[in-house]
Design a protein around this ligand. Structure first.
Ligand SMILES: Nc1nc2c(c(=O)[nH]1)N[C@H]1C(S)=C(S)[C@@H](COP(=O)(O)O)O[C@H]1N2
Ligand SMILES: [Mo]
Length: 507
């Protein structure tokens, strides 16, 4: 390493950052998901083996996406530093490294299922800007043999100024691109009234205890889980829904046609298979939509509705595929193609303009967001995204209960306090919730009213807290009389199980 190497490496980093930032701005204008860092990040998500992904979700929770983007950036900038250092010796070598990096980004962008015709443009921008910037910076810094370096091996003042200027330029370009991407384009739809509206929820679903999750989760607080680094921005005017596969009369609807069909409202609690015991990847909403049963009937479905080998493979605008058992979309649970969530059009993060919602199934097998196609087929004919990653095909929700208050590791005053939370067993309902303090007896909690079996139930139990450290445990019994299992299981492959226990300190 000679004395110029750090400056050369910094030139590589700044040049690459400038290229990536210019590419981000171009992507904001042509197609945001083809921005190099987002495209590479998305490919990494899809190529990451399931155990590693599970580890990332368990370790970083919903911060897994920023961590991923950060990691991609760090690896890229290390390679960029290498390219800069190489430039001291060879223009061809340095340029080749940058070309390889940008070619990878271009390939990642073009290979995305949602790639548009211009998906290659941001990567090409990154290549042109990055390579040119490295030449200029290296020359300015006097790193090149022909350069006017005052003291060979030492960075010149104008070289440092150029580096700083380029860094500021990168921040400005990238920031502008990000602002354009984040800008809220008001693409919305007018929601029709339900042909079968529901009455307001019974007051009694809320037990009225502070710290217990509200029965209805506000849309802005609803958990979000998907593989999309950028929630797809779907123009309702371009959107269509196709029902096809093994049906005699497949058809395609545009948004106006979908919205003109008779709509129903349903109260459904949705949760993620990746939710740990005690976790918060669950929410409840009142959904407005068309029963999938009606759509499949219109396609003239003539398969045996109970055949367990049959699935509906649904596809999202971003290429995600999800398998749902055909039977679950035909029976009386009223799975929906939903367009409304708590009285509003679906938020972009939750699948605008239309998504699937299937009571009783974890989201990964029944809640396709940005839905655009439903294909009736056999499980073995077309495996879905998570099936290929070894997740279970049976995504039946397991009976679970969670303590919301007190918070884990809370310090509370001695005396009368409230232990409370939620319990759920969609399709079966919750019949009983019991709480145990340390190794004491199980005591029955008071339940909020049941809205339907597809909804969670609030519960609470007054407790005369005595000084010291205590373990609080909750367990539920479903509507079929089945006690929630104490056997612990990890989220992979078919959902976590076990009792939720928290420790608190009293006094
Ligand atoms: N297109 C698409 N739909 C998807 C997913 C996804 O990654 N892509 N994730 C599924 C999973 S795992 C869950 S739990 C639910 C979460 O829905 P929400 O983000 O609206 O809570 O969406 C489902 N639908
Ligand atoms: Mo999920």
């Amino acid at each position: 390493m000679n004395a110029s190497t750090p400056t050369a490496a910094a030139s590589g980093v700044v040049a690459t950052a400038l290229g990536a930032a210019a590419a981000h701005l171009v992507a904001a204008l042509v197609s945001p998901e083809s921005s190099p860092v987002l495209a590479v990040g998305s490919q990494v998500i899809d190529l990451t083996p399931t155990p590693v992904k599970e580890w990332a979700v368990a370790t970083f929770g919903t911060a897994d996406k920023p961590v991923l983007i950060g990691s991609v950036t760090v690896v890229t900038l290390l390679a960029a530093a290498g390219a800069g250092a190489l430039r001291l010796r060879s223009r061809v070598a340095a340029t080749t490294v940058l070309l390889v990096l940008t070619a990878l980004a271009g390939a990642a962008a073009v290979l995305r299922p949602s790639a548009g015709a211009l998906a290659w443009m941001p990567a090409l921008t990154a290549a042109v800007v990055g390579i040119a910037a490295l030449e200029v910076l290296a020359a300015r810094a006097g790193l090149l043999r022909a350069g006017p370096s005052p003291r060979p091996g030492q960075p010149s003042r104008r070289g440092l100024l150029a580096l700083g200027g380029a860094g500021v330029g990168a921040a400005a370009l990238g920031g502008t691109g990000q602002a354009l991407i984040a800008r809220n384009q008001p693409s919305t739809i007018g929601l029709p009234a339900a042909a079968e509206p529901l009455p307001p929820l019974a007051k009694g679903v809320e037990v009225g205890k502070a710290g217990v999750s509200p029965f209805v989760t506000p849309n802005g607080d609803f958990y979000r889980i998907d593989t999309a680094l950028l929630a797809p921005r779907v123009d309702p005017g371009d959107w269509t829904l196709t029902i096809d596969g093994d049906v005699p009369d497949g058809f395609t609807l545009d948004i106006g046609e979908l919205l003109s069909l008779p709509m129903v409202e349903r109260d459904i609690t949705l949760n993620c298979v990746s939710n740990e015991v005690g976790g918060d990847l669950i929410g409840h909403a009142r959904w407005l939509g068309v029963p999938t049963r009606e759509l499949l009937a219109r396609a003239g479905l003539d398969e045996d509705p109970r055949d367990p080998d049959l699935q509906v493979l649904s596809t999202s605008t971003d290429g995600m595929t999800i398998s749902t058992p055909l039977s679950a979309l035909l029976d009386d649970r009223d799975a929906l193609v939903a367009v409304g969530m708590n009285g509003a059009p679906l938020p972009r993060e939750h699948g605008f303009p239309a998504r699937l919602v299937t009571p009783g199934l974890y989201g990964f097998v029944g809640a396709t967001k940005w839905l655009t196609r439903m294909t009736v087929t056999r499980y073995d004919a077309e495996p879905a995204y998570w099936t290929e990653r070894d997740w279970a095909t049976d995504g039946t929700v397991k009976t679970q209960s969670r303590i919301d208050t007190p918070a884990p590791l809370a310090r509370i005053d001695a005396g009368r306090t409230i232990i409370g939370g939620v319990a759920w067993a969609q399709r079966r309902g919750i019949e009983r919730v019991e709480v145990r303090v340390d190794d004491g007896p199980w005591r029955r909690a008071t339940l909020g009213d049941e809205a339907t079996v597809d909804c969670w139930r609030q519960w609470f139990l007054p407790w005369d807290a005595t000084e010291g450290r205590h373990d609080l445990t909750v367990r539920a019994t479903d509507g079929e009389g089945e006690l929630q299992t104490s056997r612990t299981a990890t989220p992979f492959p078919s959902g976590a199980s076990g009792w939720h226990t928290i420790a608190v300190t009293v006094g």
